[in-house]
Design a protein around this ligand. Structure first.
Ligand code: SAM
Ligand code: SF4
Length: 398
């Protein structure tokens, strides 16, 4: 059954979704100059000159065309161009991409369009050209401002290049994000403090700070570096929370901090269990229909993806989320938000009755991990500290 067959997705099922959630678009660009040793994203090494930019854009447009019947009539609320290193693409290529998206989908007025950019992959004029191409928000992957740590992380940029990139992002865009990681190989609390000081010095409207995780099938999994112990990592998290709050950034999600009005609309939609169409190599999507929630994955290898998409079938997997898995899938996202979720959204977005989670909610409440009103469930500070235990309460039984 072709994955873009709308009748197949509309057939009867056990769920009853009264309304469809907001829809976003994710576009994956899968190349980087060099593969970082900690990274398990779908990214492949390539020299900038060797990127098959036009062919890949052709494939993306073919992929999008094939997907349209599944999102017919729906408005897109945000677009995220991620990778990989999307800033390796030329501004003309990004312009073609955004124009192609606009020609095929109705974008909400003022729609957020984010592009991920790595320092050291552009010249000065490039950011402005991305803005002129239609990008409204840049996400700059800095990771650290410490040259020794950048080297240990296999990054191609230096501290100076990171600062220059951020200054340019601030000049060219009304809003931007800075990505940092902490608990880096050999990192001390004082060194983390220095990274935060430098990050705050550029006054980012949005900051994402991730605990470095050693992912399976990465170079670091094979040759594990010495990372800070658990107590130090906790102390680092406390320091991050304290210093970002002092700087007027609100921690609105486990790893995300923002000034008022600068939350990431695209990520908010993921966390609120909204829908997203994912196009590009290895892209994941989640789409709702009257009686089911579907997860899709595109072919992962870029060459295979281009072949498949241009031949009319980019989707490698297309599966219904099992009814029993929906509560946990919803909580994996929604409980990451400081403000939690509306009970109404749970009902609307899973198509399940509240009775499906009542006993887990009671247990969470007894342990002091959530608070609830008649309409809203909010994780407590303690619930945030024990987030994976809290989420596990919603796993299917048996
Ligand atoms: C999709 S990645 C790529 C962004 C961009 N290519 C870059 O590397 O700067 C988005 C962010 O995820 C974070 N990240 C990637 N691998 C990670 C890991 N193993 N542990 C924690 N954070 C990670 C990094 O902060 C990175 O900026
Ligand atoms: S630059 Fe980003 S996407 Fe590319 S390998 Fe490094 S972390 Fe992964």
């Amino acid at each position: 059954m072709p994955a873009h067959d709308i009748l197949h997705h509309m057939r009867p099922g056990t769920l009853q979704l009264a309304a469809l959630p907001p829809l976003s678009l994710y576009v994956h660009l899968p190349w980087c100059i060099r593969k970082c040793p900690y990274c398990d994203f779908n990214s492949h090494e390539s020299a900038q000159a060797d990127l098959p930019e036009q062919r890949y854009l052709d494939a993306l447009m073919a992929d999008l065309e094939q997907s349209l019947p599944l999102v017919w009539g729906r408005t897109v609320h945000s677009v995220f161009i991620g990778g990989g290193t999307p800033s390796l693409f030329s501004p003309q290529g990004i312009e073609r991409l955004i124009a192609g998206v606009r020609a095929r989908l109705r974008l909400e007025a003022g729609c957020e369009i984010t592009l991920e950019a790595n320092p050291g992959t552009f010249e000065r004029d490039r950011f402005r050209a991305f803005r002129d191409a239609g990008v409204t928000r840049l996400s700059v992957g800095v990771q650290s401002f410490n040259d020794a740590h950048l080297k240990a992380l296999g990054r191609v940029h230096s501290r100076a290049q990171a600062i220059a990139a951020l200054e340019e992002a601030a000049r060219s865009f009304d809003t931007f994000n800075l990505d940092l990681m902490y608990a880096l190989p050999g990192q001390t609390l004082a060194e983390l403090d220095a990274d935060i000081t430098q990050a705050l010095a550029v006054a980012p409207p949005h900051l994402s700070i991730y605990h470095l995780t050693i992912e399976p099938n990465t170079y670091f999994a094979k040759f594990p570096p010495q990372v800070p112990d658990e107590d130090t990592a906790y102390a680092m998290m406390d320091r991050i929370t304290e210093r970002t709050a002092q700087a007027g950034l609100q921690r609105y999600e486990v790893s995300a901090y923002a000034r008022d009005g600068h939350r990431c609309a695209h990520n908010m939609n993921y966390w609120q269990f909204g829908d997203y169409l994912g196009i590009g190599a290895g892209a994941h999507g989640k789409l709702s229909f009257a009686h089911r929630v579907v997860r899709q994955v595109r072919y992962r290898d870029p060459a295979r993806y281009m072949e498949q998409a241009l031949a009319g079938d980019a989707v490698a997997q297309d599966d219904d989320v099992a009814r029993a898995d929906l509560p946990f899938e919803f909580m994996l996202n929604a409980l990451r938000l400081r403000e939690g979720f509306a009970l109404q959204d749970f009902r609307e977005r899973t198509g399940l009755p509240l009775s499906a989670i009542e006993s887990a909610l009671q247990q969470a409440e007894q342990r002091g991990w959530i608070e609830r009103s008649l309409t809203q469930v909010t994780p407590t500070a303690r619930g945030f500290d024990f987030l994976s235990d809290l989420q596990s309460l919603f796993l299917p039984e048996g």
